[in-house]
Ligand binder design. Sequence first.
Ligand SMILES: [Zn+2]
Ligand SMILES: [Zn+2]
Length: 244
Amino acid sequence: MADWHTHTVYSDGMGTVEDNARAAQKLGLESVAVTDHGPAALTAGMWRAETLLSVLREVQQVRGQLDIEVLAGVEANVVGTEGDIDVPPNIYDHLDLLSVGIHPSAAGAPRSSRKGLRFWDGPARRRRDRIDNTKALISCLYLHPVDLVTHPGLGVDVDTQELARAAEKRGTALEISARYASSMAGFIDVAQRTGVSFWCSSDAHEPASVGDLRDGLALARARGLAPERIRNTWAGRERRGAGE
Ligand SMILES: [Zn+2]
Ligand SMILES: [Zn+2]
């Protein structure tokens, strides 16, 4: 079992890298990643992408002290509709994990996502926003080696089927967020009709929530998603081990 989406004091989390890693070890997880917000997340993010290199050094130190795999990652922001992100390749190439998400409040987030849907927006406007957001995410998957898309469609209108097809082609997993489980049902219903892989994460912002995937896994079960399609769980891991 792995939790590859946790935040630390490097962005808007409460715990240190070591706090999160110890919490994960205590739960018996095999692997945990710290994935702090990239710099475009204005109030939540780190000041500069270069800070990720400090995160990496700290992760390497903690890794040597504990009996659990600790990975250095980032939750980068999609900025613009061309698929750009707020962390350059010369930084993310050093990391173990690249996750990306659209956060409407981030600087440079796709205009369509930033405005969000307003009740007075007509159908044409809504269609255009949905196309823009979907294009931004899919372009991102082709521009960067993205491991995981975080909380797809959270607060942003996205064509889930198009995104899931592209993610399947690119070998990118889509996240079932335990933190935002109450908003994930429609996404799971549509995405599971494709062959895309899923990944369930806590999106913990405090050590006590690290590894708490319960709401995400319960929702997946309720929506009829086959357990082995969630690749970070025991069932998904066995399937991976079988050569898929
Ligand atoms: Zn996020
Ligand atoms: Zn997050």
